[in-house]
Design a protein around this ligand. Structure first.
Ligand SMILES: Nc1ncnc2c1ncn2[C@@H]1O[C@H](COP(=O)(O)OP(=O)(O)OP(=O)(O)O)[C@@H](O)[C@H]1O
Length: 583
């Protein structure tokens, strides 16, 4: 599989974040200020301990004074709690707001892309971008940024205080620390790889569950229960195996951190203890030094962890940037002409079209004129009928002058203006999980119940809907009732009729009903077709017999056009299928 756009970590991808950073600059500044205040308060605590220990060694120490030191530490702890709460709200909140805005932009971009891009990118790609990739960016900009800023300030402050106590002891004590940073970097890269694998397997497990349970009848009919169980088991085992591998890496990292911290402690006890005995540093300094050492362990681990987090975040940001840079192949004209007014005449002139990545054109030098009235379109399977409908519905780019509406080249019109002239019923009659009424009212959510019922009557589905327990409020989709193919197609037809547009394209939208029902529906919608430009695709010649004209498409070429009687007389293909279908 070729790598998806922007799948490498590129610092250039950071400019995607610029507008968010500018917008949230105040929140970020306040958040970092709170974070650094926490760091400074934390490194102050060992200073208090030092003073307390040194005071203990001096004569005249009272319980009251000891309590004073305790109260000072408690006060610092309280302030730390308040500022920690603040930075969590401000900085982690920033990463969540960033995630929200990025997701919004991505969804907007995806919705405005066209089919040319969708044929290059898979649905899984979009799912990964809005799932894992967005989560990686959020993590890098949230905990990653916090850990980095925290680790820098904390380590600098702790090192400064340690060096203030004894510079040479500081060098000796921190000698094992870089080892921890490198080990964390190395191990967290492995952890990341294994974790990704765990996530991948989890998705596979979920997908297998989804496909098994949604197609359970199929597996039963093909007696595949046992085989399916085995497949489940194989993925489940791999999932557990990889989870154990993750635990193994985690199990190495934390003991190693403990080992390094203890190696530093050993050095401090040995060299620092000697300096204390020699009176070079005080007992309080010695205790404070150990406390600083303890504070340093986390930043050293954080550097290694954060490096991986940033790398992953940057890689994901690159992929997101790749999506943001996608442009629809259908470009808006710089100076669009006003939309044509009904009645509409469509002219396709010498149009040739090949799907992206295909050398063989699906349509070749197509010349047709669709005036007001009903035009039928017939042709063998794969002859290009759906392709023609989709081009007319303005879903694919088309060369200048090849497609005109009322004499105006569509490339001089806004894409949305052209689409607003057309009601298109695609072949598959896609419905979404909502009520039947909402499905019919997709293009006009403000339509009244009466209008919805009228179009449902015209599409011969009204009685079937009212016979359902909840009528038009019946929910369809995964958690609702399942409709037959014919019912779905008629609801999709009603949806298009409700749009009340001057052009109606029905792409074999009634293939799932019988010939008599198809004829009855076409008769019933006749009043709706008055004064409109309609193209009706059908496999059944008999259903199109009442059309004003019929176009025969064969292997992407317009093989003939004329009335039913003319075609019966002169077109062998047409006559053959007409006779075949009436026998
Ligand atoms: N999205 C696509 N990408 C690439 N090729 C496609 C795509 N859709 C259709 N084709 C190809 O274009 C040609 C015309 O297909 P089209 O769906 O337009 O035919 P059709 O006449 O509507 O067929 P049917 O009657 O079976 O629906 C076929 O060779 C098909 O394989």
């Amino acid at each position: 599989m070729p790598p998806s756009p922007g799948s490498r970590a590129s610092p250039g991808a950071l400019h995607v974040l610029k507008p968010f950073l500018r917008h949230q600059a105040g929140r970020l500044a306040a958040g970092f200020a709170a974070l650094w205040i926490v760091d400074l308060l934390q490194v102050w605590i060992p200073r208090v301990i030092k003073h307390a220990v040194d005071a203990l060694a001096r004569p005249g120490m009272t319980q009251g004074r000891l309590f004073f030191y305790g109260a000072e530490i408690a006060g610092l702890a309280l302030l730390i709690a308040v500022f920690r709460y603040l930075w969590r709200i401000l900085l982690l909140g920033f990463s969540r707001l960033l995630e929200r805005d990025l997701r919004h932009q991505m969804v907007e971009r995806i919705l405005y892309l066209d089919r040319t891009v969708f044929s290059r990118r898979s649905t899984g790609d979009f799912m990964a971008l809005s799932g894992n990739d967005l989560a990686s960016v959020q993590l890098a900009c949230g905990m990653g940024l916090v850990a980095f800023a925290d680790a820098v300030i904390m380590s600098l402050a702790a090192l400064a205080f340690m060096a203030y106590i004894h510079p040479v002891l500081t060098v000796v004590a921190t000698a094992p620390m870089p080892l921890l940073a490198f080990a964390t970097r190395f191990l967290s890269a492995r952890l990341h790889r294994r974790f990704m694998r765990v996530q991948e397997l989890f998705s596979q497990l979920t997908e297998r569950a989804r496909s098994t349970f949604s197609s359970i009848h199929l597996y039963k009919a093909y007696t595949q229960e046992e085989a399916q169980c085995r497949r489940f088991d194989a993925v489940g085992r791999a999932y557990i195996r990889n989870n154990l591998k993750v635990a193994l890496v985690q199990g190495t990292l934390f003991p190693f951190a403990g080992l390094t911290a203890n190696a530093s402690l050993l050095l401090v006890l040995f060299f620092g203890g000697r300096l204390t005995l020699q009176g070079v540093i005080t007992t309080g300094d010695f205790v404070a030094f150990i406390a600083y050492l303890h504070l340093l362990t986390w930043p050293m681990m954080a550097f290694g962890w954060v490096a991986n987090l940033f790398q992953r975040g940057l890689t994901s940001l690159g992929r997101i940037q790749g999506l943001m840079e996608e442009r629809p192949a259908l470009q808006e004209p710089p100076n669009p002409l006003p939309p044509p007014q009904p009645p509409v005449t469509i002219q396709v002139h010498g149009f040739t079209f090949a799907y992206p990545g295909r050398s063989e054109p699906a349509l070749r030098r197509v010349h047709i004129t669709l005036p007001v009235g009903v035009t039928g379109l017939v042709g063998p399977t794969g002859s290009g009928k759906s392709t023609l409908c989709q081009v007319l519905a303005r879903l694919y780019p088309i060369e200048d002058g090849a497609y005109r509406i009322n004499g105006t080249d569509v490339n001089r019109l806004n894409v949305a203006d052209v689409r607003r002239l057309i009601a298109y019923v695609p072949q598959d009659g896609t419905l979404f999980s909502d009520t039947i009424a909402a499905n019919i009212a997709l293009g006009r959510p403000e339509a009244s119940r009466q209008e919805i019922e009228d179009v449902a009557r015209a599409a011969a589905i009204h009685h079937e809907i009212t016979a359902m327990e909840h009528g038009y409020e019946t929910r369809i989709g995964e958690k609702g009732v399942r409709l037959s193919g014919g019912q779905r197609q008629r609801i999709a037809l009603a949806r298009a009729l409700l749009l009340d547009r001057p052009v109606l394209l029905i792409d074999d939208g009634l293939s799932a009903v019988d010939l008599e029902t198809e004829r009855a529906i076409l008769r019933a919608i006749k009043p709706y077709l008055e004064g409109r430009t309609c193209l009706i695709v059908s496999h059944r010649v008999a259903a199109l017999a009442g059309c004003d004209r019929i176009v025969v498409l064969d292997r992407g070429v317009v093989a003939d056009q004329g009335s039913h009687d003319q075609l019966m007389e002169r077109n062998l293909f047409y006559r053959t299928i007409a006779l075949h279908q009436t026998q």
